[in-house]
Design a binder for this molecule. Structure first.
Ligand SMILES: Cc1ncc(COP(=O)(O)O)c(C=O)c1O
Length: 383
């Protein structure tokens, strides 16, 4: 089977974990702080603004929690988002409002966001589809002018940048997912960034029950009665630990290698698929943009997309579509909102296998099978 994603973990990660075993400090501790500092350096921000968490979802929930939303408040996000963003808004008692996207890049333009703004809009969440930064710089500027908080769901864009500035640092808050499918993985994990120091400190407290001072061993030397509780507002337990931070530190060092291979695979797909009739490839990145190359996606006539996916599965090639539109999910109560570009892209798009574990031969096999499937399905279905 040629998989869509595959974690790139090996001997280096294993020996980092072995060291943690030897030190017998598995929980939140020095490696967690080192990982946060290393990631802050990767972003070009102050280390106290980054919090290592047990999932990207926790990052979204915490980010939204720090907005202090009230019932009836609205948060705009592309319908083509991962459902955790909408769930975080619902959990905070507010309403997710879905906007359309550019049908080729699946990223929202400012006009898409603006079209659904109301006097109740408090914040905007953008996702950088497949690692493409999209119009994040302009959206951040417009949000700032209007006093709207911008959260970047940077799950796909850990190494993406615009003119050298890391994606995730354009808005007020951002999170990254480090789950097993992501470019950089700790098995499960997440990172949260907050531009504002106070907000970052609050998110850090909320990630550990709302405690001002964690009640553990680390504080015994600096606090009288370190077991006492100071809880100005209640939180949850969503912190990362030293075992996964140790893996993260190795993965962060290897990140350029992962992205370079992903880029090679993307370019190979581009070459192999350039002349397939009926197939549209991802548009080129604009000047100054760099991607994490998280997805490689193709678009075709909606009448054949599902059959093409089945043909590839029958050939042991796993493909999928991300992200199924949220305005179609009844739980989010969007009524019969119509988002033409999203609806169209949701029927036409397929994400192909993309991970550094793929050899050139695997990529050529996927491309050749895809070419065959599209050609034969077009002949029988489209006519
Ligand atoms: C765009 C996006 N946002 C958020 C998440 C949630 O991250 P996690 O799985 O680490 O909770 C994911 C995970 O797939 C994602 O793809």
């Amino acid at each position: 089977m040629i998989h869509l994603f595959q974690p790139q973990v090996g001997d280096e990660e294993l020996s980092a974990v072995a060291e943690v075993f030897r030190d017998r400090w598995l929980g939140h501790g020095p490696r967690t702080r080192r990982f946060e500092a290393a990631f802050a350096e990767h972003l070009g921000v102050e280390p106290d603004r980054v919090v290592f968490l047990n999932s990207g979802t926790a990052g979204l929930f915490l980010a939204v929690e720090t907005l202090d939303l009230a019932e009836g408040d609205e948060v705009v996000m592309p319908s083509m988002s991962f459902l955790a963003a909408a769930n975080a808004v619902v959990a905070a008692g507010a309403r997710p409002v879905f906007c359309d996207v550019d049908p080729r890049t699946m990223n929202p333009r400012w006009e898409d966001v603006e079209a659904v703004l109301t006097p109740r809009t408090r914040a905007v969440v953008v996702l950088h589809y497949g690692g493409y930064p999209g119009w994040v710089a302009e959206i951040a500027e417009r949000c700032r002018e209007r006093g709207l908080t911008l959260i970047e769901d940077s799950a796909c864009s850990i190494a993406s940048a615009v003119d050298g500035r890391a994606v995730g640092t354009f808005g007020d808050l951002a999170m990254w997912s480090l789950d097993a499918a992501k470019v950089l993985t700790t098995g499960d994990g997440g990172l949260l960034y907050a531009r504002d120091a106070e907000r970052a400190a609050r998110a850090r407290r909320l990630a550990y029950h709302g405690l001002v001072q964690p009640s553990g061993f680390g504080y015994a030397r600096v606090s009288h009665r370190w077991w006492e509780l100071e809880v100005p507002e209640t939180g949850r337990r969503a912190i990362g630990n030293d075992l996964t931070a140790a893996i993260g530190l190795v993965q962060l060092r290897r990140l350029p290698e992962f992205v370079a291979r992903r880029r090679e695979i993307t370019e190979l797909y581009d070459r192999e698929l350039a002349d397939v009739e009926g197939l549209r490839l991802p548009p080129p990145l604009p000047a100054g943009h760099t991607s994490s190359y998280y997805f490689y996606w193709v678009q075709m006539d909606a009448e054949i997309r599902d059959e093409v996916a089945s043909d590839l599965l029958a050939a042991d090639i796993y493909t999928t579509f991300r992200y199924a539109p949220l305005h179609k999910v009844p739980a989010y109560r969007s009524g019969d909102r119509v988002l033409p570009a999203t609806d169209r892209a949701a029927g036409e798009t397929l994400c192909l296998p993309l991970h550094p574990g793929l050899g050139d031969e695997d990529v050529r096999t996927v491309a050749e099978r895809l070419r065959k499937a599209v050609t034969s399905r077009r002949r029988t279905t489209v006519g």
